[in-house]
Design a protein around this ligand. Structure first.
Ligand SMILES: Nc1ncnc2c1ncn2[C@@H]1O[C@H](COP(=O)(O)OP(=O)(O)OP(=O)(O)O)[C@@H](O)[C@H]1O
Length: 281
């Protein structure tokens, strides 16, 4: 723990992510409206806010998946366009729509999280396989390793995506609603995993609708409203604050398998890999 806090305080370590007056528009409509924030290495930060406030867009902009109309993103000290060390980043996208033609198994999808980190043409090592086993165990999917992801429930598919990010052994995680559709028991397991990542010094940025079992893990919350940061600091108090997510909050995607025309539909390990390593060329 001492190491973690020393790292957070150490000004010589660049922020894991830095947004400087970041703006994103869709069809001329501003969705991020001048966001400036820094996620320090080793921090565990929740991004909260009402539906449509720009949370996912901020995550995707930080990873270069959506372009800025103006402003700047820096990742581990480098401008996004020059950042190359994507193996350091584990991305859990909002959800998986696993209806594609390739009947990938749970283990295959989880193993795809290691492709970015593996040396060209090299096969998985024993350590790689152990990391996949560990990631599957961390999300409670060991028994389903050989199942096709298409057979899984939305919450189980969400856990596959989390395991895929863990398997690559990154030190920086971006998780977009990792708890969505996940039952309480597995939410608590995920909270334990995130606590462990934090204690190891990993950086974790999560989009959440409510803190739930993560309440004790989250040290800082950034609340967005209409594409702007309206709160940045200690998580909002449980009651009486409009910034608190959950109240008047309608989740727009109650069924994780319900196709969303906005979403990419990753259907193969290769497609999932592209989600994992945005911005590579
Ligand atoms: N690819 C896209 N094309 C057009 N508009 C988009 C696109 N992605 C998001 N939007 C719009 O941008 C706004 C912000 O969306 P975003 O998904 O970032 O919000 P959010 O805070 O993550 O919402 P939620 O809690 O519902 O997931 C919304 O109005 C949304 O409809």
């Amino acid at each position: 723990m001492g190491f973690v806090y020393a790292q957070i305080r150490d000004e010589s370590v660049p922020p894991a992510f830095q947004a400087i007056d970041a703006r994103v528009s869709y069809d001329g409509v501003p969705v991020l409206d001048g966001v400036s924030t820094a996620i320090r290495a080793g921090e565990t930060v929740a991004v909260l806010g009402p539906n449509g406030s720009g949370k996912s867009t901020l995550m995707r902009a930080m990873l270069g998946i959506v372009p800025l109309s103006s402003g700047e993103i820096r990742v581990h000290g480098a401008p996004l366009s020059r950042f190359r060390d994507w193996r350091r980043i584990g991305y859990v996208p909002q959800r998986l729509t696993a209806g594609g033609a390739v009947p990938a198994t749970v283990r295959e999808i989880v193993s795809s999280g290691q492709v970015a980190a593996r040396r060209r043409l090299s096969l998985p090592t024993r350590a790689d396989r152990a990391a996949v086993d560990e990631a599957l165990a961390a999300v409670g999917l060991t028994d389903l390793a050989r199942a096709s992801v298409r057979e899984l429930s939305g919450g189980q598919q969400q856990r596959v995506l989390i395991a895929r990010a863990l398997a690559g052994r990154p030190d920086t995680f971006v998780m977009d609603e990792p708890m969505a559709g996940v039952d309480h028991e597995n939410q608590r397991a995920l909270a334990r995993t995130i606590t462990r990542l934090r204690d190891q010094g990993s950086t974790v940025v999560l989009v959440l609708h409510e803190l739930g079992p993560l309440e004790d893990v989250i040290g800082r919350s950034v609340v967005l409203e209409s594409g702007r940061i309206v709160h940045d600091g200690a998580p909002p108090a449980p009651t009486g604050e409009c910034a608190r997510p959950g109240h008047e909050h309608q989740h727009p995607h109650p069924d994780p398998n319900d196709p969303d025309p906005r979403a990419a539909e990753p259907s193969s390990p290769a497609d999932l890999m592209r989600l994992e390593v945005p911005g590579r060329d």
